[in-house]
Ligand binder design. Structure first.
Ligand code: CO8
Length: 257
């Protein structure tokens, strides 16, 4: 049983992971990161799971990597690729991962949020990369994912000068796609998850991989990735079912095959 996260099944096909270290604003220690990665690894293999929602508390999604765990580290330790295994596993989760951010998403907390495919935030959300205040820089994707999403100038201000973004600013910058009052954030995020869970599972995964490719590759490679996934779906039973259902004017019955 995980100790630092809570796992729930709010609807068929939907799983909810809640970060649960409230006493330290969900600071991300290795144990917590490993538990998230392990849960996602189980969900990746479970056909009954279609979509996962990741959230924190109302006060904090996560206030960063655990500073007390990192404070005594040296370069040798922090450069060890094993330290990033959980982060990589989370980023490689093949099914849609939706982040629901209330309160603080700082440092590693924002980096974790940015591994989600869709980010929904509460009105009280605050996004920042304040590592510069500690004499370091982001180390789990903050300089790369943030820059690709919000652009160079704003990313530079956030990373070089610890500029924080409000939910409104994050929406304008393209970091999140919707804002809700804190008390209904999870409800709306779970409704979105429920809608996705009712969609064709193989197409969802192909869609995620193809959109993600836009952040990883050149346009020509990304277009090739899209073509490959698009083409491959034409060997799926769900493509036949989806188009047949359209022609017969009925609702499709997805099999995930
Ligand atoms: N790590 C450890 N403990 C934390 C963290 C953290 N990141 N953030 C908050 N806490 C703890 C506080 O120490 C405090 O504990 P205690 O009650 O025992 O003193 C408790 O949470 C509550 O925090 P505060 O009393 O400070 O609450 P405030 O409301 O006054 O302030 C802040 C909230 C502004 C968020 C403040 O806590 C703060 O500045 N926190 C640190 C934010 C930060 O710098 N985050 C970046 C961390 S570095 C990082 O994330 C690098 C990522 C690298 C990833 C690669 C890993 C392999």
């Amino acid at each position: 049983m995980p100790e630092l996260i809570l796992l729930e099944s709010p609807f068929d096909g939907v799983r909810l992971i809640r970060l649960n270290r409230p006493q330290v604003l969900n600071a991300l220690n290795s144990h917590l990161m490993n538990e998230i990665a392990a849960a996602l690894s189980d969900y990746a293999q479970d056909d009954a799971v279609r979509v996962v929602v990741l959230t924190g508390s109302e006060r904090a999604f996560a206030a960063g990597a655990d500073i007390s765990e990192m404070s005594g580290a040296d370069a040798n330790l922090m450069k060890n690729p094993a330290r990033y295994a959980a982060w990589q596993q989370i980023a490689a989760f093949p099914k849609p991962l939706i982040g629901a951010v209330s309160g603080l998403a700082l440092g590693g907390g924002l980096e974790l949020a940015m591994t989600c495919d869709i980010l929904i935030a509460a009105e009280n959300a605050r996004f920042g990369q304040p590592e510069i205040n500690l004499g370091i820089i982001p180390g789990a994707g903050g300089t790369q994912r943030l820059t690709r999403v919000v652009g160079k100038s704003l990313a530079m201000e956030m990373v070089l000068n610890a500029r924080m973004l409000s939910a409104e600013e994050a929406l304008r910058a393209g970091l999140i796609s919707s804002i809700y009052p804190p008390e209904v954030l999870l409800h709306h995020t779970l409704q979105l998850a429920k809608q996705l869970a009712a969609r064709a599972p193989l197409a969802l995964q192909a869609a995620k991989k193809s959109v993600a490719a836009a952040f990883e590759t050149s346009l020509s490679q990304g277009l090739e990735t899209e073509r490959q996934h698009f083409g491959a779906l034409f060997d799926s039973a769900d493509q036949k079912e989806g188009m047949q259902a359209f022609l017969e004017k009925r609702r499709a019955n997805w099999k995930g095959k």
